[in-house]
Design a protein around this ligand. Structure first.
Ligand code: SF4
Ligand code: SF4
Length: 289
């Protein structure tokens, strides 16, 4: 993780959010009852994973997921890498399908079985394997996030489902989620980026300032190759901002829309966490209605 001198206090907003979410999970687990408030969890996930991913990218994954925090922490402190799965190799592509299967299974009512298996896999993958193994390959929320980022595919499947419904064919929810998962998986391994979407936030690289040192890609938890692009649309990028923190030449920024790096709509890495806070406020407002 970058040293605090390289970032402003505001840029630490993400760290604060992550710690708060971790504390919240510990308090909830300790008190035992709050997890039963499934309505609140649904609204929160729908606003953050649905609206958040659709408009701004993987805000939940980067700012609020306590598992992501633990995984990043362990991955960054590992002396030796245990996972040698090359990005976009055959093994990588096959493993990426597991999270879509788990997402679909979640909607077929195997909750308890899945919960136990998931806890075992989470512990094993985070502690033993590291290297964001759980996020990339096993996390159903990450799969759902990718589906929301692939907006055109999402809309096409929803439209087809609506057409079938109008024709008198009412598909079970898990079939719809399964179709979205198949589409998401194919686009993830073929296109490898979320180009087909309406997401407003991206990491931008100013080629005039960039010296090609490669610190950004080396610091990226997902090993995204930033040197190949001016605007990061990689499917794995969750706007965590680590690459921005590691760039000594101020060549990377979090930006809105398709702006060029020299345009003034570029923001700091505090911008994504700030939007997350606004979305949490929206979710709480919805819950209070
Ligand atoms: S860390 Fe900055 S200067 Fe180095 S390659 Fe990345 S963007 Fe370019
Ligand atoms: S490209 Fe940058 S913002 Fe995206 S995941 Fe990698 S380090 Fe985080």
């Amino acid at each position: 993780m970058a040293t605090i001198s390289k970032t402003s206090v505001l840029d630490r907003l993400r760290d604060v959010l992550q710690l708060c979410s971790l504390c919240a999970v510990i308090v909830i687990a300790y008190n035992g009852g709050a997890l039963r408030n499934t309505e609140a969890i649904k609204v929160l996930l729908l606003v953050l994973v649905g609206v958040g991913n659709l408009l701004f990218g993987k805000l939940f994954c980067s700012n609020l997921c306590p598992l992501g925090l633990v995984q990043e922490w362990i991955t960054q402190r590992r002396r030796r890498e245990y996972s040698h799965i090359v990005r976009w190799s055959a093994a990588d592509k096959i493993l990426r399908g597991i999270k879509y299967i788990l997402l679909t299974v979640l909607f077929i009512d195997y909750h308890i079985f899945l919960l136990n298996v998931t806890i075992a896999i989470v512990v094993l993958s985070i502690i033993i394997v590291g290297n964001m193994f759980f996020c990339k390959y096993l996390c159903p929320v990450n799969a759902a996030s990718n589906i929301f980022r692939l907006t055109v595919m999402l809309m096409m499947v929803l439209l087809a489902n609506w057409g079938l419904y109008m024709a008198g064919i009412d598909l079970p929810l898990w079939v719809l989620v399964g179709a979205l998962s198949v589409g998401g998986y194919i686009l993830e391994i073929v296109a490898r980026k979320a180009e087909f979407n309406v997401s407003l936030l991206h990491i931008h690289r100013d080629t005039a300032k960039c010296t090609g040192c490669g610190n950004c890609s080396a610091s990226c938890p997902f090993k995204v190759d930033l040197l190949k692009v001016k605007r990061v649309t990689d499917i794995d990028c969750n706007l965590c901002g680590e690459c921005v923190r590691e760039c000594d030449n101020d060549a990377l920024k979090v930006g809105i829309c398709n702006t060029r790096p020299d345009q003034n709509r570029i923001r700091g890495i505090w911008f994504a966490p700030l939007i997350t806070i606004v979305l949490i406020a929206v979710a709480m407002w919805i819950l209070s209605l």
